[in-house]
Write a protein that binds this ligand. Structure first.
Ligand code: MTE
Ligand code: MO
Length: 329
């Protein structure tokens, strides 16, 4: 067995671009994790290091197999090639299963059925719905979206899902609802990362009602023309293509409508570095690295990062009058 031990405080700063490098330092000091998550775009060699183990591309049968591939919505086209499935499936952030990018294997232990989603808070009537029920009641479509992680790497993925907007018709929020709060499953037995008590589990994210009503946010249930793989956040996740990747929460079990702004997982951990809005902006550097360019995973290319990740025409208007807020963190 190959054991990589590198003491956290010895990481060269140029490679320390991971969202949780700070945490790993704490973990090392506490004698915890033995793998440092130091991948990101700054050092392409580091990115290759993480994709050195090829994911197993065989898939188990899924109760929604008959719904895929869904019809592609041609309105969402790309300025770059799609990332190869095997590349995207072998380079993930999923801290419930560990701090490395190479968690596809660990994520196989996630049990994705039965799976229910609790809908509560400021809604006409709280309810629970089985994920297959929800998927079959919704209109699935495929969209090609760019995806930009705050660590300055990017990919382009054909996601399948339904709009968050369409889900609002099912959830029926009341007029007092100002935010939508999403929560990931909590099961430390199944997800070893959740046994690490210095993380504020479960993973939480949120958007405003105005953002939820926009055409772009997708509740994603598939990728590459198939039901979602575990490492991508099966059976259902959010995708917000104009925001840094950490906003796109995986494996959702609860959706709540609130009057108060939810405090996300990363904000709870490090509010100096991660805030609520997290809109992609090449001009606002992360406190520890530039956001001007991004490493396209699976290639040797670095390309300029676009404001709102190239989706400004669709979403920039949502932020008028909010200029005083930390919109790009
Ligand atoms: N529940 C949960 N959701 C999550 C994460 C996570 O660790 N746990 N990581 C986030 C981050 S930092 C990124 S970049 C994307 C990665 O999505 P991908 O693995 O499909 O590329 O998922 C986001 N959603
Ligand atoms: Mo990320």
């Amino acid at each position: 067995m190959l054991i990589r031990t590198r003491r956290g405080w010895e990481l060269p700063e140029s490679r320390a671009t991971s969202e949780d490098v700070f945490l790993n330092r704490r973990a090392f000091l506490a004698g915890g994790a033995s793998i440092a998550a130091i991948a990101g775009g700054v050092d392409p060699a580091a990115a290759q290091w993480f994709s050195s183990s090829q994911p197993n591309m065989a898939r188990k049968p899924d109760p929604t197999d008959d719904l895929y591939p869904a019809k592609r919505n041609e309105a969402f086209s790309l300025d770059r090639p799609l990332t190869e499935e095997v590349t995207a499936a072998g380079y993930n952030n999923y801290y419930e299963f560990g701090p490395s990018k190479n968690i596809w294997k660990q994520a196989e232990s996630k049990k994705t059925r039965p799976w229910t989603i609790k809908v509560d808070g400021l809604v006409e009537k709280p309810f629970e719905i089985g994920v297959d029920d929800l998927i079959r009641r919704s209109q699935l479509e495929e969209r090609l979206y760019r995806f930009r992680c705050v660590e300055a790497w990017s990919m382009a993925v054909p996601w399948t899902g339904f709009t968050l907007k369409s889900f609002l018709d099912i959830a029926k929020p009341t007029s007092g609802a100002k935010y939508v709060r999403f929560e990931t499953f909590m099961d430390p037995q199944m997800a070893p990362g959740q046994r690490q008590s210095w993380y504020p589990w479960p993973y939480v994210e949120g958007v405003t009602m105005a953002e939820a009503q926009n055409e772009l946010p997708l509740l994603v249930t598939g990728a590459y023309g198939k039901p979602l793989r575990n490492q991508f956040g099966a059976p259902i996740r959010l995708i917000l293509p104009w925001k840094y990747g950490f906003k796109s929460i995986k494996a959702i079990t609860r959706i709540s409508f609130t009057a108060e702004r939810p405090k996300s997982y990363w904000e709870q951990l490090q509010s100096a570095e991660y805030g609520f809005w997290a809109n992609v902006n090449p001009e606002v550097a992360h406190p520890r690295w530039s956001q001007a360019t991004e490493q396209v995973i699976g290639t040797q290319q670095r390309v300029p990062t676009l404001p709102f990740n190239g989706y400004g025409a669709e979403v920039a208007h949502l932020y008028k009058g909010l200029e005083k807020e930390r919109l790009f963190v």
